[in-house]
Design a protein around this ligand. Structure first.
Ligand code: SAH
Ligand code: F3S
Length: 477
C-alpha cells in the first residue's frame, strides 16, 4: 500500500553500527524498522548487549547474533520484516551457529507463535523485556526457546545509557514516555507497547547532560504522545489518580519538563515528537515561545479532517477543536512549522469525509506530512467492529490526492523562507554534492549550502535563495 515520507528520515533496515568496545569478541548485527522510538530502543539493546561482550557489525554473514527490531503499524511494515527473515535464513544455512532474534512490536503482537511460524527465529522479545536479553540468550545457548513479551508498568530504561547507533554525533533521541493509553481504533501500538508511563526527569536530564558532554547539539524528546508526559514518582499514567497528595503536588508535566530541559541546556536545540492534539496544552506552546532553543516545529497528527471519521477513530477531538488549537499555536508561535499524519480510506470513509480532509489541509497548509492508506491491523477495535470497506483503488486515489496537496503546501511553506536568513545546524555533507553541507533550521526544513570551512555540528546563519518542495537552498552569511 502506498505511503510517503515528505520529510527526511533515518534510513531503515540497514545494519546499525556503534563504536567498538575493547575486549568484546561477539558480533551483533542489528536492524531497526519503524518509528524513532524503535531506533532509540535499538540503541538501548546495543547498550545492554555491549555489556555482554557484543560489538556491532555491518556484515550479516559475520554475525553471531542477528536482531531485528520490528514494526507492526501497517501490514507492509510486517511484510518487510518477513522478507528480511528469508534473507537471514539463507545466511544461517551457511553459518548454522548464528542466532536470530525478533524484537519490538511484531514480537509483542505474535508472541510465541512467531517461533512456530518462522522456524529460523530463536528468540522473541517484546519492547519492555530488553533487560532480559542476557538471560534469554543463555536459554538459547542451552537449546531452549526464549520468549519474553511481558509488558511492564514501570519499565522506562531510565538508567540505561543508549549507545548511539549510526550517529552523526550531532542529534540524538531521548525517550521520555513509553506506551500509549489512547486506543485509537485503527492503531496497534497500545497492544504492542503497553500502557503509558513516564520516565524520571532526573534521568532524562542526566542523559542529555552526557550527550552535551559528548558534543551533541540537538536532542529530540520521544514518546508516542509526549504531551501526555507525567512523572509522579513512577508507574502507569492511568494510576496517577491514586497517587499520594505529595506525589500529585510535585508531579512534573511535559510543559515543565520542556522548560527544565531548555533552561538546563541553553546551547542545545530541543525537539520533541509526537504531540497528540488532545493532550497538547497552551503551557507547552508557551514553554516553546519562552525558549529560543526549543525548535519551532510541532508534529501534530490529525489522521482525518472529518469529525465523523475522527469519532470512528476514537480521536478525542473534533475538526473544529483541532483547527482552534492550530490557531492558538499560530497566535503564540507565528513562525512555528506544523506537520501531519493522515490516513486515507479509513473504515466507512465517504467522498465527503475525504473532502473534509483536503479542506482541513487547505486551512492549515502543513509544512510536511506523513500519509498512509488505512491498513487493518488484527486485534484493534476497528478490525473487530468496522468493515475495511473502502476499495483499495479508492484508498490509493484519495491518498494520492492528499500527497499531491501536501506537495503544493510544502512548496508554499518553503517559498516563505526565500529571502530570509535562518540558523542551520550542520548535520553532514549533502547527498547530492560533496561541496555542500546539509542541515536543518528550527522549523525542521532541510537546508543545503556551500561549504566554507565549517564543521559538522556547527551552527551557521544561511540566507535562503531558492527552494524545492522539500529543500531550502542558500549561502552562509
Ligand atoms: N502516537 C504516534 C502514533 C504512532 S503511529 C504518533 O502520533 O506518532 C504513526 C502514524 O501511523 C499514525 O499517526 C497514523 O497516521 C499511522 N497509522 C497508525 N495505524 C495505522 C493503520 N492501521 N493504517 C494506516 N496508518 C496507520
Ligand atoms: Fe496509536 Fe493513537 Fe496512541 S495513533 S500510538 S493509539 S495516540
Amino acid at each position: 500500500m502506498g505511503s510517503e515520507k515528505v520529510i527526511e528520515e533515518k534510513k531503515q533496515g540497514q545494519a546499525l553500527l556503534t563504536d567498538e568496545k575493547a575486549g568484546n569478541t561477539k558480533k551483533l548485527y542489528l536492524e531497526s524498522y519503524g518509528c524513532q522510538m524503535n531506533l532509540n530502543d535499538s540503541e538501548i539493546v546495543a547498550s545492554i548487549l555491549s555489556e555482554e561482550g557484543y560489538n556491532t557489525t555491518h556484515l550479516l554473514e559475520d554475525a553471531d547474533l542477528v536482531l531485528v527490531n520490528t514494526c507492526s503499524i501497517r501490514e507492509k511494515a510486517e511484510k518487510t520484516v518477513r522478507k528480511r527473515l528469508e534473507k537471514y535464513a539463507a545466511v544461517k544455512k551457511i553459518n548454522p551457529s548464528m542466532k536470530v532474534g525478533v524484537l519490538g512490536c511484531m514480537a509483542e503482537r505474535l508472541k510465541r507463535a512467531f517461533l512456530e511460524e518462522e522456524k529460523i527465529v530463536d528468540l522473541v522479545v517484546g519492547p519492555d523485556a530488553y533487560r532480559e536479553l542476557p538471560n534469554l540468550l543463555e536459554e538459547v545457548a542451552a537449546g531452549r526457546d526464549a520468549v519474553n513479551v511481558l509488558l511492564s508498568k514501570e519499565e522506562t530504561y531510565g538508567d540505561v545509557s543508549p549507545v548511539r547507533l549510526n550517529s552523526n554525533g550531532v542529534s540524538a533521541f531521548v525517550s521520555i514516555t513509553r506506551g500509549c493509553d489512547n486506543m485509537c481504533t485503527f492503531c496497534v501500538v497500545p497492544f504492542t507497547r503497553g500502557r503509558e508511563r513516564s520516565r524520571n526527569p532526573k534521568t532524562v536530564l542526566e542523559e542529555i547532560e552526557q550527550l552535551n558532554k559528548q558534543g551533541y547539539k540537538e536532542i529530540t524528546l520521544l514518546g508516542q504522545n509526549v504531551d501526555s508526559y507525567l512523572w509522579y514518582g513512577g508507574g502507569l499514567k492511568k494510576d496517577f489518580k491514586n497517587a499520594s497528595e505529595i506525589a500529585k503536588a510535585t508531579a512534573v508535566d511535559f510543559a515543565q519538563l520542556l522548560d527544565m530541559t531548555a533552561r538546563a541546556f541553553p546551547q542545545m536545540r530541543i525537539r520533541f515528537s509526537t504531540s497528540n492534539p488532545q493532550d497538547m496544552s497552551l503551557e507547552v506552546i508557551r514553554s516553546m515561545a519562552k525558549h529560543n532553543n526549543i525548535c519551532k516545529y510541532i508534529h501534530l497528527p490529525v489522521q482525518s479532517g472529518s469529525t465523523s471519521v475522527l469519532e470512528r477513530m476514537n480521536r478525542q477531538h473534533t475538526r473544529e477543536e483541532y483547527l482552534q488549537l492550530v490557531e492558538q499555536i499560530r497566535e503564540i508561535l507565528p513562525d512555528c512549522a506544523l506537520s501531519q499524519d493522515m490516513i486515507a480510506g479509513f473504515c466507512g470513509e465517504t467522498e465527503e469525509e475525504h473532502q473534509d480532509t483536503l479542506s482541513l489541509m487547505d486551512r492549515v497548509k502543513y509544512d510536511f506530512g506523513f500519509m498512509f492508506a488505512y491498513s487493518e491491523r488484527p486485534g484493534t477495535r476497528a478490525s473487530k467492529k468496522m468493515p475495511d470497506d473502502v476499495p483499495l483503488a479508492v484508498k490509493k486515489r484519495r491518498l494520492n490526492e492528499i500527497i499531491q496537496l501536501q506537495h503544493q503546501h510544502g512548496l508554499i511553506r518553503m517559498q516563505q523562507f526565500v529571502g530570509k536568513t535562518v540558523e542551520v545546524l550542520i548535520e553532514g555533507t549533502s547527498k547530492k554534492s560533496e561541496l555542500h553541507w546539509k542541515g536543518r533550521n528550527s522549523q525542521n526544513a532541510v537546508v543545503v549550502f556551500p561549504k566554507s570551512g565549517e564543521q559538522i555540528g556547527d551552527f551557521a546563519e544561511v540566507l535562503i535563495e531558492d527552494c524545492t518542495s522539500a529543500t531550502l537552498i542558500g549561502k552562509k552569511i
